[in-house]
Ligand binder design. Structure first.
Ligand code: XMP
Length: 315
């Protein structure tokens, strides 16, 4: 982008002419949707409400982290707490693509409900060019949903406005620097969240377990990043495997589940390498997860598979 100030001016004018009434803007905390929200609030003022959906599928303290980030971007964002809604939409579903579809659909239903409460007929999204080019020219055709808001249902009740739809990622970065949006170093996190970090059906118990295990992985890896003993990985997380596995607790044999720890290096997620991390780090992670989730998790594995042949996520 040669002139972010010119893009900024034109986008604000364009939003004003495209949205005569009220709009909601979908913010995920990512750089694209944050930039779209900043432009929208500037263009529409009180006619625009930014919404962050708490899906209940987020990591520990993620809502608070997002609120700090939004505040630093001078964004006013309302949190829509929809954990129960997502949990019931996912009940009994094991197929990963079906999980993605249901999460995407539930996002849209939550946005429709929020829009209706606010009297808005328009949904503003931070879709950028690769999102719709990769999905065959139109977001409506998306099948594999590598987006925060997955395939849009055909009966969508909202008009969609996408102020960034012609931009590429590096252009959004330039624009967000111009807009004063901070860009903390953060690992990618899938839109369907912890739902795709649980192999098998998502329940309140499995969500709590994977969230706690994931927090241990993040904390321990981040300690090593902070003291310089580990370069920042591309992604580092826990996956809950529904494999019954035996452990010992005192004099008893207990059956729990397994947790797989994934720590990968990558530059673009197209390929990835399982990271050669210190064994002491893995031992600490295993010790903490089996202790903090005693009775629920009896075994911790380190995934040493590269991409390809594996993918970064387990499903
Ligand atoms: P895979 O597992 O295909 O992942 O090697 C490549 C990158 O995409 C992320 N990922 C997703 N992101 N929605 C997202 O927003 C999804 O459904 C999804 N699935 C995978 C993954 O974390 C990795 O960074």
């Amino acid at each position: 982008m040669r002139d972010p100030a010119a893009f900024h001016r034109e986008a604000v004018e364009h939003l004003r002419s495209q949205v005569p009434g009220r709009a909601i803007v979908a913010t995920s905390g990512g750089i694209d949707s944050t930039a779209a929200a900043v432009l929208s609030q500037e263009a529409l003022g009180d006619r625009c409400r930014a919404i962050f959906v708490d899906t209940g599928l987020l990591r520990l303290h993620e809502v608070e982290r997002m609120q700090t980030l939004f505040a630093a971007s001078h964004l006013r964002v309302d949190v829509a707490s929809a954990g129960d809604r997502f949990l019931s939409a996912l009940a009994g579903v094991s197929d990963p693509e079906e999980k993605r579809r249901r999460v995407g659909e539930t996002f849209i239903r939550v946005f429709e409900a929020e829009a209706s409460r606010f009297g808005a007929d328009t949904l503003i999204q931070g879709t950028i060019a690769p999102d719709w080019i990769e999905s065959g020219g139109s977001l409506r055709d998306t099948i594999k949903t590598h987006h925060n808001v997955g395939g849009l249902p055909k009966d969508l009740k909202l008009r969609i406005v996408e102020p960034l739809r012609d931009l590429y990622k590096d252009e959004v970065r330039t624009l967000s620097i111009h807009l004063g949006i901070p860009a903390p170093e953060r690992q990618p996190f899938p839109g369907p969240g912890l739902a795709v970090r649980i192999n098998g059906p998502v329940t309140a118990e499995s969500l709590a377990a994977v969230r706690a295990a994931n927090a241990v992985v993040e904390e321990e890896v981040e300690k090593h990043i902070a003291d310089g003993s580990l370069p920042r990985p591309w992604q580092y997380f826990a996956v809950l495997l529904p494999v019954p596995t035996v452990g010992v607790q005192g004099d008893n044999r207990v059956h729990g589940k397994a947790v797989s720890v994934r720590i990968v290096e990558s530059s673009d997620a197209m390929t990835a390498t399982a990271m050669d991390v210190p064994m002491a780090l893995l031992r600490t992670i295993a010790e903490r997860i089996t202790r903090e989730l005693a009775g629920q998790v009896t075994r911790v594995l380190y995934d040493i598979t590269d991409k390809p042949p594996a993918t970064i996520e387990w499903e």
